[in-house]
Structures are given as structure tokens and as C-alpha cells.
Design a protein around this ligand. Structure first.
Ligand SMILES: [Zn+2]
Ligand SMILES: [Zn+2]
Length: 340
């Protein structure tokens, strides 16, 4: 089959690899759509430490079952996952036996793996997935929409971690895919008003269409509108300077969530006096935990404006160009359609 292969950091090609065969508890999925995300940029550059090379990347995907493992055929569990079933896939693979898995914190697993990050993924015509990771899709959800479920599930986990109160005012810094998904979820989850900050004014226009009451490109502009700051501030950029700026906009008694992925060695300067004196809560949110089915339900229930989120869709052969577009910040969610 055809697949994107990263032989080593910086060396990306589209070529032929052996077709995947299903393990006893696996499904083989014919990939309908697979989104490109910031993690893929890091994997392409060798900046995602768990990735072994060569690897076929791609972890935000949905498709159609074309083969079913032997154990599933025997158990009859294959009914929901029979050949022809349409599924979205949670890429996380938790070991189930480490301290954190046993404590229900699989996203912090000491032996963490993920389809497309540490094992071959879905920028390919076909991909093997454990049946436990597959979620059947309602008829009316397209495979392109379903490939958005994975980033939505990360945003759902973020909102679980933030645990906002009904009526909280919020600021989201960064109006890329994750910022715009978080915007839609917190508006549904009880935020009274949400402001957004980004340097890219095209993205701010989208943020306004999706319900942001105020948008700006500098923290000082926002503080002129909300002098006391916001009950909850979310950084969805991972950029140290943006994080330091965003921290200034947390209201006394408020919460600050670090959602964006900063480089491993990055440092920020925050005032410990302010954290103490203003009773500021700082939380982190990492990937997906008990939030995938909710994301399936939110997308199929119409909570996400998928038409505004899904911009370019390109064939497998155009992967290198698609990666460049994502790196340049063009569009919102760029997807690859490996089977045309
Ligand atoms: Zn991702
Ligand atoms: Zn584990």
C-alpha cells in the first residue's frame, strides 16, 4: 500500500510499504481522512521523543473496516465492527499495568504508545488498530468530520481538567484548531463570555463567527476591556512569551490552564507572589483520558462547527506540501484523504 514514511527526522517521502495484517483483536481500517496536527510537525523534525523511526505518522483519523482479527470473528464482537462499519479511532495505547494506568490515569502511562506517534499510523491507505480503540460512527457523520473527533477529545479532556464554573469569563490564547475547538466547548459548557487572542487576524474572524465576544492581538487590549482579568485563561499556543502574557490576564482567584505544547526545555517567568496572593490555580492537560466517547457524541450532536474547522483536504502524495501549509499556519484543520 501507499503511505507517508518518515525514515528519520527531516526525511519524509510517500512510498510503498507492506499492507498491515490484523492481530487477533485488531481491525484493519481503510483510511477515509486523517488530520495533520502540530505533533506531526514535531515527529517530522525529530522533536517528539517517544517516536521510533522509520514511522508512518497520522493519529487523527476515521475510516471503514476492511478486515477483522481472528479472535473477534470467533467472539461475535465483530458485529458492531464488521467489514464495512465506519469508525473513528482513539490513537492512545495505554499499557494497563503501570502505576498510572492502575490509578485510572492512562494518559500519564509510563509505557505510553499511540497509533501514528510510536506505531504506524493513518497517513496510509490502511492501518491496523485494536478493536478497543475503535468507535462506531452514526450514519450522518462524514469520515472527514469524524477525523476531527481526536482533537475534540483532547479539548474535552482539557475542559474536564479546567472544571470551569457556570458563568465563568474566559480567555483563550491561540485561535488554531485547538483554541477554536476549546472555544466551542466552553461556550457549551457554561462560559458566560469568551475572548480570544491571536496574532493571525483571519483566525480571529473565525473565532468571532464561532462565538467569541471579543478578539485581540495583544493582552493589553484585552485588559482594557476586562480590567479585572478572566476567571479562566487557557494557553493553546505553547509559546513561552504568550504564556507569560496570558498569565497577566488571570483574575484574582482564577485558573490558568497550560494546554499548548511548549518545547521540553522552554522556561517561563511567573510571579509566585501572584500565585499565592491572588490564589491562582495552574493546571495542565495532556492528550485524551476518558474523553473519546464524549467527543464522538459532541461531534455527532452538532456541538462543533465542522464546516468552519475543516479547511484543506489533499491526497496522500501531497503530504509534504500539506505539512508545509500547516507549518505556515494556513487554513485551520488540513486533512489527508489517503484513498482519494
Ligand atoms: Zn494531534
Ligand atoms: Zn501504563
Amino acid at each position: 500500500m501507499r503511505a507517508v514514511i518518515i525514515d528519520k527526522p527531516g526525511e519524509i517521502r510517500v512510498g510503498s510499504v507492506t499492507d498491515p495484517t490484523p492481530g487477533p483483536e485488531d481491525l484493519i481500517i481503510r483510511v477515509g481522512a486523517c488530520g495533520i496536527c502540530g505533533t506531526d510537525l514535531h515527529i517530522a523534525q525529530g522533536e517528539f521523543p517517544p517516536t521510533p523511526y522509520p514511522i508512518v505518522p497520522g493519529h487523527e483519523f476515521a475510516g471503514e473496516v476492511v478486515a477483522v482479527g481472528t479472535a473477534l470473528q470467533r467472539s461475535g464482537a465483530a458485529q458492531k465492527f464488521a467489514v464495512g462499519a465506519r469508525v473513528a479511532v482513539d490513537p492512545s495505547i495505554f499499557c494497563g499495568r503501570c502505576l498510572f494506568c492502575r490509578n485510572g490515569q492512562g494518559n500519564l502511562c509510563q509505557n505510553w504508545n499511540a497509533i501514528g506517534d510510536t506505531v504506524n499510523g493513518a497517513f496510509a491507505e490502511y492501518v491496523a488498530v485494536p478493536v478497543a480503540n475503535a468507535y462506531p460512527l452514526p450514519e450522518h457523520v462524514s469520515l472527514r468530520e469524524a477525523a476531527l473527533i481526536e482533537p475534540v477529545s483532547c479539548a474535552v479532556h482539557g475542559v474536564h481538567r479546567l472544571a470551569p464554573r457556570l458563568g465563568d469569563t474566559m480567555l483563550i490564547v491561540g485561535a488554531g484548531t485547538m483554541g477554536l475547538l476549546l472555544l466551542q466547548l466552553v461556550l457549551r459548557g457554561g462560559a458566560s463570555r469568551v475572548a480570544m487572542l491571536d496574532l493571525n487576524t483571519q483566525r480571529l474572524t473565525l473565532a468571532e463567527k464561532l462565538g467569541a465576544y471579543h478578539t485581540a492581538s495583544s493582552i493589553d487590549d484585552l485588559l482594557a476591556v476586562e480590567p479585572e482579568g478572566f476567571d479562566c485563561v487557557i494557553d493553546a499556543t505553547g509559546v513561552p512569551a504568550a504564556i507569560e502574557g496570558a498569565f497577566k490576564a488571570v483574575k484574582r482567584g482564577g485558573k490558568f490552564m497550560v494546554f499548548g505544547v511548549a518545547p521540553n526545555e522552554a522556561k517561563v517567568a511567573l510571579s509566585p507572589f501572584r500565585i499565592y496572593n491572588d490564589e491562582i490555580t495552574i493546571v495542565g492537560s495532556m492528550a485524551v483520558l476518558h474523553s473519546y466517547q464524549q467527543a464522538v457524541d459532541l461531534v455527532s450532536g452538532g456541538a462543533i462547527n465542522t464546516a468552519l474547522m475543516l479547511t484543506e483536504a489533499l491526497p496522500l502524495d501531497a503530504f509534504p506540501q500539506a505539512l508545509t501549509m500547516v507549518r505556515q499556519g494556513k487554513g485551520i484543520k488540513t486533512q489527508i484523504l489517503p484513498n482519494g
